[in-house]
Design a protein around this ligand. Structure first.
Ligand code: SAM
Length: 430
């Protein structure tokens, strides 16, 4: 979501103020840091980055320093108290007002803060950029109304708000016309999406997927992130109905212990989670499931952690975003007494990650010899001699091929497995 927002910030500043991105911050006249406050470290990183930018501001007093994103939304004026050389503070829902805030800060030579939540206005005011990218993100909803006891998102991004159906389709048509073949529908809980079509009929997430799949040029559809409580049978069926939808679902579970899930206010049990996965795999046995986990949530006992490890063993997750619980000020879980020791959290996290890495390796090894459809997104990070792209189950594949293949969907035979990628050979179509 932040990558998407950062792209929008740079297109807004290009369109409204004629600014261009520079490689070296020393060449900048406007420096923006877009922050995340899901975990504590991001907040600490903001203040160390601002510490470095302070020196820059001393040598270039006319430069504008802006802080956006969820830390800005949470800290507001406190940022100016800690870093008085900051000129603009804006939240995830006011990034479209950034050009105006910069102008005002320059004219009045005093800082501007706007961290309000005018979601409707934001979606209406963001520029839709023509893109030449093969794979693009399109935001379909914002915010979260689930109020999990550990999470700051409802307080920093506001409640769930769906973008209009017409705007979502317009953006996807436009990027598809520019050559995009893959679209990732983006939101905190995409399966909470709800809008109306021009006849006033409700378009929910399964219906939206059908419309997106009908857009000419779009060959592959992904979505992230979904939430288990809105993972309906209709959504499961869509995975059977739409061949363009990848055989991969990222579905955050957080814990395998029902006691902890209750304390987290997740709204489902581990059995209900397993039932979703079972039904997804009954229509597509090779469905790859990745997830988010939090270890060391307050009160998590050894038995609770064992329940999480058993769930991992049962589902055989393929990859995860897993984190130690990080106490977020203002969330209900931050006030719980029985916080887990850091050392215990680290040990549990290492065990969990090693188990999931083993499963991910196992899946990668099983892919050797397969012919996979790869969307070629550019040159490989490993070598400019190689191309890179992703498989349906979201693995990076590097292979030798002509640069002209960038942007197209090609067949590659998988031959090698590396810790974070696969290697293969391009198979020209007959
Ligand atoms: N749809 C997702 C869900 O089902 O929860 C929401 C994604 S959430 C914004 C991103 C991830 O950050 C969560 O799934 C969770 O694993 C992690 N996260 C959120 N708050 C956290 C906290 N206080 N400590 C550690 N990890 C946290």
């Amino acid at each position: 979501m932040n990558v998407y927002d950062s792209d929008k910030i740079s297109s807004l500043l290009r369109k409204s103020l004629g600014l261009e991105l520079v490689d070296d911050p020393k060449d900048a006249t406007v420096l923006i840091v877009n922050t995340c406050s899901v975990r504590d470290k991001a907040q600490q990183k903001l203040y160390s980055e601002l510490g470095r930018w302070r020196k820059f501001k001393e040598t270039c007093p006319d430069a504008i320093i802006g802080v956006g994103g969820c830390v800005a939304s949470q800290e507001g004026g406190d940022i100016l108290a800690r870093a008085p050389y900051v000129d603009v503070v804006f939240g995830p829902q006011t990034l479209h007002r950034l050009p105006g805030l910069i102008k005002k800060a320059r004219e009045n030579s005093k800082p501007e803060i706007d961290i309000s939540f005018p979601e409707i206005e934001k979606f209406d005011s963001l520029p839709i950029e023509k893109t030449q990218k093969a794979s693009v993100y399109v935001s379909i909803m914002e915010g979260c109304s689930k109020y999990c006891s550990f999470c700051v998102v409802p307080y920093t991004r506001g409640e769930e708000f769906s973008r209009s159906f017409e705007d979502v389709l317009k953006e996807i048509y436009l990027v598809a016309r520019g050559g995009a073949k893959e679209v990732t529908l983006l939101g905190q809980n995409v399966n909470a999406y709800q809008s109306n079509n021009d006849e006033g009929k409700i378009v929910d997430f399964p219906a939206l997927l059908h419309y997106v799949s009908a857009i000419p040029g779009i060959e592959r559809i992904r979505y992230t992130t979904s939430h288990p409580i809105e993972f309906s049978q209709r959504l499961i069926n869509v995975h059977k109905e739409l061949p363009k939808l990848v055989k991969h679902v990222h579905l955050p579970v957080q814990s395998g212990s029902d006691r902890i899930l209750r304390r987290m206010k997740r709204g489902y049990t581990s059995l209900e989670y397993k039932s979703i996965v079972r039904r997804l795999r009954s229509i597509c046995p090779e469905m790859s499931i990745s997830s988010d986990f939090i270890v060391g949530f307050p009160g998590e006992t050894k038995e609770d952690f064992i329940d999480t490890m058993s769930l991992i063993e049962e589902i055989k997750f393929d990859q995860s975003f897993s984190f130690s619980y990080s106490s977020r000020p203002g969330t209900p879980a931050a006030d719980l007494d029985d916080q887990v020791e850091d050392k215990v959290k680290q040990e549990r996290l290492a065990l969990l990650q090693s188990k999931i890495t083993n499963f991910a390796n196992h899946y990668s090894i099983a892919m050797v010899g397969n012919i996979e459809k790869i969307l070629v997104t550019g040159e490989s990070k490993k070598s400019s001699e190689l191309l890179a792209g992703r498989t349906e189950n979201n693995r990076v594949v590097n292979f030798a091929g002509e640069k002209a293949l960038i942007g197209s969907m090609v067949n590659v035979r998988i031959e090698e497995v590396f810790p974070n990628s696969l290697g293969g050979s391009y198979l020209p179509s007959a």
